[in-house]
Write a protein that binds this ligand. Sequence first.
Ligand code: ARG
Length: 577
Amino acid sequence: MLRGDVGLELGQRVARALRVALDVDITAEEALIRPSNRDGADYQCNVAMSLAKKIGKNPREVAALIVEHLDAQDAIETPEIAGPGFINLKLRREWLEAQAASLVGDSRLGVPETDEPRRIAIDYSSPNVAKEMHVGHLRSTIIGDAFCRLLTFAGHEVIPHNHLGDWGTPFGMLIEHLTDEGQGAEHEISDLNAFYQQARQKFDSDPGFADRARRRVVLLQGGDEATLKLWHELVGESQRHFNQIYELLGIGLSAGDNYGESFYNPYLADTITELQQKGLIETSDGALCVFPPGFSNREGDRLPLIVRKSDGGYGYATTDFATVRYWVRDRKVDELIYVVGTPQSQHFQMIFATSKQAGWLDDAHTAVHTGFGTILGADGKTIRTRAGGTIKLIDLLTEAVENAYKVMPETSDVEGADKDALARTIGLGAVKYADLSNDREKDYVFTWEKMLAHTGDTSVYIQYAIARINAIGRMVGRVPADDAPLILQEQAERDLALKLLQLPTAIQAAIDELAPHKLTNYLFETATAFTAFYSSASVSKAETQELQDSRLQLLALTSRVLTLGLSLLGIGAPERL
Ligand code: ARG
């Protein structure tokens, strides 16, 4: 039994009733208990309709049988059957009070740990060395970080890894450019994009340079020490830029989590040999290719992934095969999650299809690509600077923090360094929340006004709710005893308590569907339930001390639920604003 999850508890009871009445076996989830506010109900049970078809009975008849055999007098009022066979369930007040009170001493607020822990590798952020991170990497970083937090909290073992683009032919020209600049160890590349473009330009216009660059690639791949040293310098330089962003955003990725393309270099030849032994490789125009089943172009020709080019070089796909093989075989993970933009969807589907043929992936070793849409500017096109250039992440994040000062309350008594920390929590939280609260697969429009609004579905609204709750606590100046009873007198406090009990379902949905917006929706609804409570039930002027204690308790729980929810998304909750 999942403690605290009211819907599942009711589901269990409905399942029991069905066993007794009809000798039918279903799980608590299959009882289809959904929150509802029809006809004064708290939940609605929808199983009668789907079950009736299966067992050849009338749905209302099935509903009546469930109601007749339901052993739940302690938890609910007499159920009512509505429409084609919905069962309306209204919780008894005392039962709801006891359920909510059980959250007080529970550090997990009713959220169970999984009984099937998996070992999960998450590929996220994954920017390219010697290039600035762009907004696509921002989405990957924010979403991947939320996955890590959610899955870890649920009790899974999570291994984050950063699949840096740190290898391949561009490094020939980048290293040559670095040597030309000749600034050695104290060299500092302040503008990665400009550095990359200069190298590119020289490569395109100066055949001598292009020759040197090509020779450099051979040296790099051959492991030439001097070349590797320069390559390390470039990687280190980029790492400094990435770390700056990770630190600002509070992302847990560090150098120890780097598994860049270069890491897999020693595994590439073996990976290809294995594909060859399994009969999966064909030669086409001198290149070695695989043809994953089920992929063809409009003309019906099979689509290849090239694993070794005709010049002997390896590519992006080769590395990704080695990646799957490494994590499943050497690191023994059960699941691979790739947080990479939707344009790479076909690439991953093809990688996974061939990996199944190779036996690296199977029913017990799965891989999923969680794509995401584009961040759009107000004009509905990919977000750009005013001058039309690509946005540097660091500039965007700096602007977020600057804007956050503007939404702090004028009455705020937070000062100095605390104020700067607060601005970061608000501003960067808003950027993360705006991203996570949109359906991951969709594009979304980036607007400061919307994401920093005090009302509506924003982190600012939720952070304000938490700060207000803390302020009420300070104002009343009393801390109720842990076992102070909860008294759910007003409708608004009943609604709020019920919401608090639905946290496990929200977290489960966010995990099952790898959809953080399921959790943000819940947090927004909970903050809204708090606002309604706050405007209809007074805490400081509660009629009795018992009632005041109960309300303080309910608010403390609300603050804990909101704070935990935000933290699972990587968003902070300031004590005060
Ligand atoms: N570096 C790549 C890019 O910026 C993303 C890498 C994603 N991960 C992978 N295993 N291919 O597009």
